[in-house]
Design a protein around this ligand. Structure first.
Ligand code: GLY
Ligand code: MN
Ligand code: MN
Length: 457
């Protein structure tokens, strides 16, 4: 093809980026190929464009597993990995197409898949069904995620069926169909220094965004103005945007765990919960801070805030190698439950209230989740039925909260409608943890100061 033959002409900075990261993805592929064992073929599908309406799509976001292994950020691609003697890494990609590229932007095509993404072989995506029989024909084990693309599943079943029919002629279908996610997610759970550095940079951007939003936490503003400044800061600093729908909840909206409407006016004297983090180079940060609107915590607000803060510090303290998320959760729950009793939300003793789980009325979610390419990242939480011991390189959140519904007649009146959550991102180190979001203040005085710095003059 003469047209736009030179890939450099088209997208030099993206091309440089792809080339500079190539080694990272190559190392991951090497590890994944080892995990596959000999005689195996893995088919890993990338994300597709998702129509929003008619010919308009939702913003494209690559499948995290596919990204992790390829760094290829274009839709409708499939990677095939082989340890059966065939090419170790093939990419099936949308081919270059002058007309489509005019409408939708640059495609690396098969040429770019090999030159920039390290594929040993590349083919147009539409060739995959016809090539599938040849690809899996000699495999003893197939790695494939069922249920993502029913047409591809069907094709694969048909191929396996036909192989079985020919068994008398010495054709042996593969013995196993394995879900590649077990191996891949175990790899993704353990972050290396490069990934942790990206997460540090993501945390710094999230800090700046929370600070900018805190400056606007004053009566008369609307939640959406703060969401806008979060988005603006994320993008201005080069992240792709929020890693999940930002939560900006004033007053009782802070008691709704997944509040995302973000369209109500802020009222001085109430609390504001912001749960927002950026996505940088695919990696999520996930941060919650709770601010007093107008810059001064009222008495009951400060009381609840301090209970949550103490529990969060206890959760952080417990975040170290050898501990497990279940222990962190239990330590946090104990502290929160004691605080709920002091606040008059619960009656009786701490053990009894933990035992009967009545703390769940005001703390109904877990304390931690893995963090990485996905905000609720992948990786098994348990091994042999037990919460798994933490090791250096694992990253997760510590995010206790107390949420008192506005109509909760069991709660002291002054506490009704208060929602507080404090969330940091940590990575386990050899002797404890690094709190990636430690630079985002959370002591009540610092929090007040952040809001007051933005007081309208
Ligand atoms: N922002 C989602 C969460 O905290 O889990
Ligand atoms: Mn979280
Ligand atoms: Mn969060």
């Amino acid at each position: 093809m003469k047209w736009r033959r030179n890939l450099w002409m088209h997208s030099p900075s993206r091309r440089l980026q792809a080339l500079s990261c190539r080694l990272v993805f190559a190392e991951r592929r090497k590890k994944f190929l080892e995990a596959m064992g000999d005689g195996a073929v893995a088919v890993i599908q990338g994300a597709r464009r998702i129509p929003r309406s008619n010919d308009t799509d939702y913003p494209f976001r690559q499948n995290s597993d596919f990204w992790y292994l390829t760094g290829f950020n274009h839709p409708h691609a499939v990677a095939v990995f082989r340890t059966d003697g065939g090419p170790a890494f093939s990419l099936f990609v949308e081919p270059r197409d002058p007309e489509m590229e005019t409408w939708n932007g640059f495609r690396p095509g098969t040429e770019g898949a090999m030159a920039d993404y390290g594929a040993d072989e590349a083919h147009p995506s539409h060739c995959l069904p016809d090539k599938l029989a040849e690809l899996v024909g000699g495999a003893r084990r197939i790695f494939h995620v069922l249920g993502v693309d029913p047409a591809l599943d069907e094709k694969l079943f048909q191929i396996l069926h036909e192989m079985r029919l020919r068994s008398r002629r010495g054709v042996n279908p593969p013995d196993d169909m394995v879900d590649p996610r077990s191996a891949l997610h175990e790899m993704r759970l353990h972050k290396n220094a490069g990934e942790i550095e990206i997460m540090r940079r993501a945390s710094a951007i999230s800090r700046e965004a929370h600070q900018a939003a805190a400056h606007l936490a004053h009566g008369g503003r609307n939640e959406y103005e703060l969401e806008a400044v979060l988005d603006y800061t994320f993008r201005r600093r080069g992240s792709s945007g929020p890693a999940y729908s930002s939560i900006v909840g004033g007053g009782a909206n802070a008691t709704i765990l997944h509040y995302v409407e973000n369209d109500q006016p802020l009222v001085d004297g109430q609390l504001l919960l912001i749960d927002a983090g950026c996505e940088l180079e695919g990696y999520a940060s996930d941060v919650t801070r709770t601010f007093p609107i107008g810059g001064t915590f009222g008495g009951p607000h400060r009381d609840v805030y301090e209970v949550v803060l103490e529990a969060q510090l206890i959760g952080l303290e417990a975040s170290k190698p050898g501990a497990c998320l279940d222990e962190i959760h239990k330590a946090t729950v104990r502290s929160l439950t004691a605080g709920m009793i002091e606040l008059g939300l619960l009656a009786g003793g701490v053990d009894a209230r933990i035992e009967d789980e009545s703390f769940r009325r005001y703390y109904m979610h877990g304390t931690s989740h893995w963090l990485g390419l996905d905000v609720h990242d992948v990786g098994n939480y348990t091994v042999d039925g037990r919460s798994r011991p933490l090791v250096p390189g694992m990253s997760f959140t510590v995010e206790p909260g107390i949420y008192i519904p506005p109509d909760d007649e069991q709660a002291p009146e002054a506490l009704r409608g208060i929602g507080v959550r404090i969330e940091d991102d940590v990575v386990v180190t050899a002797d404890g943890h690094e709190n990636l979001t430690a630079a985002i203040p959370k002591s009540p005085d610092e929090i007040e100061a952040w809001v007051r710095d933005g007081t309208p003059s």
